[in-house]
Design a protein around this ligand. Structure first.
Ligand code: GLN
Ligand code: ZN
Length: 760
């Protein structure tokens, strides 16, 4: 039978995070590097076998990585920044990723709209690039020895350049002439490996709105690459959105196949007609590579039949929508999960079975299914049906309330609100505050852990948290900070804390997804209609307020951040899920103000992360995201001051959207840029109050009084004193008390100095 199903790439961290463990042990010098390579080989073998046993036809090599596959590509091209050029092998590799005693690491940033971070290549015209094909070739041979013939995964040259930066200024695409011959060389080496070889070249940059200049590169690049050797078949894969502009060009090149995402790139359907008229195979991404829901197989077959109306069956190959690196490994470790909920989920390993089942069903027909497949199909139907009807998911009361919820903004205009608030709250110009969390000490982490396990009583737990809150308050009062926070000791994570208390939210035990290098996150998941069975923060905040005469800020995480840092149900639009969260939060805001809390901060740390990849979709996102932030605080009375916090510095493109959120005060992360990034607020005549971080909390360094004084003065060059708040640039939970205490004292001292100077 011809080969019919395909995986773009597989997770590499290991089902028990084996790679993480051995890497971290190596970095802390507890094992030799040979241990790392040993574990890596074992993992690769295991991962290949998982795919083989599931019946996957196209299994990849070179999708594994010890840290990041963009970094691997830099190594492959010998694109090594000058500061690391004296190093070699693993020392070089990990220094590039993590820095060393002498040199800072290369920058890291998010891979498209996922939470995976890649290492940003640093390029320059004067550097000499040359081929290092070792990893690519070895990994292919490694699999071959095990009897598995793989396709070879590469990051495409256009995407590589798009994601790189030039250290010598200038356009990265100017370097195509240096890089492309290396890719050709590599393909020549690959061609020697076997009679016929498939090479998958990832070009996800094709799903963005590319300039014509970029699109004009595609034809010549892929004409060249596809002509290197007659025994290489090239597949260009794109994902996360449609790539119609690029597809139009690719059909006129001699590549063998094209991979399109039909789940996140609806518009790809528009390309079917032109693909039909070409020789291309279509790798149809129909099983979600970046979410955890079981595929509704009947629905997928319907989708494939739509494709089949244009593309003949023999040209279709069934695939994951993207690499499965964005999903957790296997459900088998979810032993504590509610059975009904677990039955709706599918992690990477389970997705393999879905893909093979879909392909059997689609190509051979239901009547020709073997017995096990028939059973699997029935089970799948049952699970889909249960998801459509389960009372755990569908809550009519929530749906009705949210549908009819029409309080889209709070009462009063900003200019009227702020007068009343200033009067009532009585804070001075350059008011001092912090972003919410104080250091998470080993003791409070332990208390939370033990409490969760049931090892300590509620009383003991509460006492410990309250003692910590008392300490936070005492320190802030002593230090002279004006608007206090309780320190967030009860929260291990700003999303998980709320997720655990909201109905409709689930948690996994082993749902780890690689975020960067050895770091993994375990996002909670929203499976059902969201509601708030009871207040979530009131007890802690009112306790804290009762211990001080100063104003205590209430702390919430905003709807968009909760959404963007969770796996979200796929049976409802994100905008609807987000509105449900917002409505639940509006009740919390109301409860807080009724309990006497006068300032409430609603954090939107991940607001920017939700931005769509295509410009024409941005407005839609902004509309509902702003709507839902506003809904979440719509219950706030005129005199209740609403703050928000965002962990960004770049606001140029979104400043009007930020303004539309209508928060009274926003604290932002501009500490590292002097006052440059604040200027946009002045340019657009931003009215609300702003707290630009005056020092960088991401570093253990204690900023001096002098330094902060200078920073405040810089801010005053841009915005007037009565519009400015003074605070660190993010929460302090990752810092140590010994850094936080002197830093905040210096901050308060600096404010005093500046106020003095201003009043003279
Ligand atoms: N209030 C949160 C904290 O201080 C905000 C965290 C964040 O912005 N990432 O920890
Ligand atoms: Zn922050």
């Amino acid at each position: 039978m011809s080969k019919k199903n395909y995986i773009i790439g597989f997770p590499r961290i290991g089902e028990q995070r084996e790679l993480k463990k051995v890497l971290e042990s190596f970095w802390s010098k507890q094992c030799p590097f040979s241990d790392v390579t040993k574990v890596a080989s074992q993992l690769k073998e295991k991962h290949w076998n998982y795919q083989k046993d599931a019946g996957i036809d196209y299994i990849s090599s070179n999708d594994f990585s010890l840290y990041d596959n963009i970094l691997d590509t830099s190594i492959m091209l010998n694109a090594i920044p000058k500061r690391f050029q004296n190093l070699k092998d693993e020392e070089l590799y990990f220094a590039m990723a993590r820095g060393n005693e002498k040199n800072v690491a290369m920058e890291m940033t998010k891979w498209f709209n996922t939470n995976y971070h890649y290492i940003v290549p640093e390029l320059s015209l004067e550097d000499n690039y040359k081929l290092n094909s070792q990893k690519t070739i070895n990994e292919y041979n490694e699999a071959k020895k095990l009897g598995i013939k793989t396709k070879i995964n590469l990051i495409g040259p256009i995407t590589f350049l798009a994601l790189s930066k030039r250290v010598d200024r200038g356009d990265t695409y100017e370097l195509l002439g240096k890089i492309l011959p290396i890719y050709e060389d590599l393909l020549r080496n690959i061609a020697k490996l076997d009679d016929e070889i498939l090479v998958q070249i990832d070009e996800p940059i094709f799903v963005k709105d590319n300039e014509l200049k970029v699109l004009s590169l595609i034809k010549s690049v892929y004409d060249k690459l596809a002509n290197v050797s007659a025994n290489i078949k090239i597949i260009v894969t794109t994902y996360f959105e449609h790539s119609n502009e690029a597809t139009k060009i690719l059909v006129n090149t001699p590549i063998w196949g094209i991979g399109l995402d039909f789940l996140y790139g609806d518009e790809n359907f528009k390309s079917l007609e032109i693909i039909k008229n070409s020789k291309l195979k279509l790798i149809a991404g129909v099983v979600d590579g970046r979410n955890i829901w079981k595929n509704d197989i009947e629905k997928t077959i319907t989708l494939l039949k739509v494709i089949e109306k244009t593309i003949p069956k023999e040209k279709i190959i069934i695939s994951s929508s993207s690499s499965l690196v964005h999903t957790p490994f296997s459900l088998k470790y979810e032993v504590n999960m509610d059975k009904e909920i677990k039955n709706w989920l599918s992690y990477a390993v389970e997705k393999l079975d879905e893909i093979t089942l879909i392909s059997k069903l689609f190509f051979n027909g239901k009547e020709n299914l073997d017995k096990n497949s028939k059973i699997a199909l029935e089970a799948n139907k049952k699970a889909s049906k249960s998801r459509k009807t389960s009372a755990l998911i569908h809550d009519n009361a929530v749906q009705d309330r949210v549908k009819n919820f029409e309080k889209f903004s709070r009462d009063g205009k900003y200019k009227d609100r702020i007068k009343i608030q200033k009067n009532l709250l009585g804070y001075q110009d350059l008011a001092t505050t912090t972003i919410g969390s104080f250091p998470q000490t080993p003791e409070i982490r332990k208390a939370r852990r033990e409490f969760k396990k049931g090892n300590i009583s509620n009383e003991i737990y509460e006492r410990e948290m309250k003692d910590y809150i008392d300490d936070c308050i005492a320190f802030q009062e002593d230090c002279g900070i004006e608007i206090l926070v309780h320190g967030e000791p009860e929260r291990n994570d700003m999303v998980e804390y709320f997720g655990e208390q909201l109905k409709g939210y689930g948690f996994s035990q082993n749902g780890w997804v690689q975020s960067y290098g050895s770091r993994c996150v375990k996002p909670p998941f929203i499976y059902g209609d969201i509601s708030r069975p009871k207040p979530m923060t009131i007890d802690w905040i009112t306790y804290a307020q009762s211990k001080t005469k100063k104003i205590m800020k209430g702390m919430l995480t905003g709807p968009i951040t909760i959404l963007n840092w969770s796996f979200v149900r796929d049976d409802k639009p994100r905008s609807e899920v987000s509105k449900q969260i917002a409505v639940a939060l509006s009740d919390e805001v109301d409860d807080l103000q009724n309990a006497g809390i006068k300032i409430i901060q609603v954090d939107e740390a991940a607001f920017k992360e939700g931005y769509p990849l295509r410009n024409d979709k941005i407005k839609i996102y902004e509309n509902w995201a702003v709507r839902d932030f506003k809904i979440s605080v719509s219950s706030a009375r005129i005199e209740t001051q609403i703050h928000t916090h965002m962990c960004y510095s770049e606001f140029n493109d979104i400043i009007e959207t930020i303004e539309n959120m209508d928060a009274d005060v926003i604290s932002i992360e501009t500490a590292r840029s002097g006052n440059e990034l604040l200027k946009i607020f002045k340019q657009v005549g931003y009215k609300q109050e702003v707290g630009p971080g005056v020092y960088d909390i991401h570093s253990p360094r204690v900023p001096s009084v002098d330094e902060i004084t200078k920073q405040i003065k810089l801010l005053l060059e841009v915005l007037p004193k009565n519009q400015l708040w003074i605070n660190p640039d993010c929460g302090l939970k990752t810092r140590k008390w010994k850094e936080v205490k002197p830093s905040l004292k210096n901050m308060v001292e600096a404010v005093k100095i500046v106020r003095n100077e201003l009043s003279n």
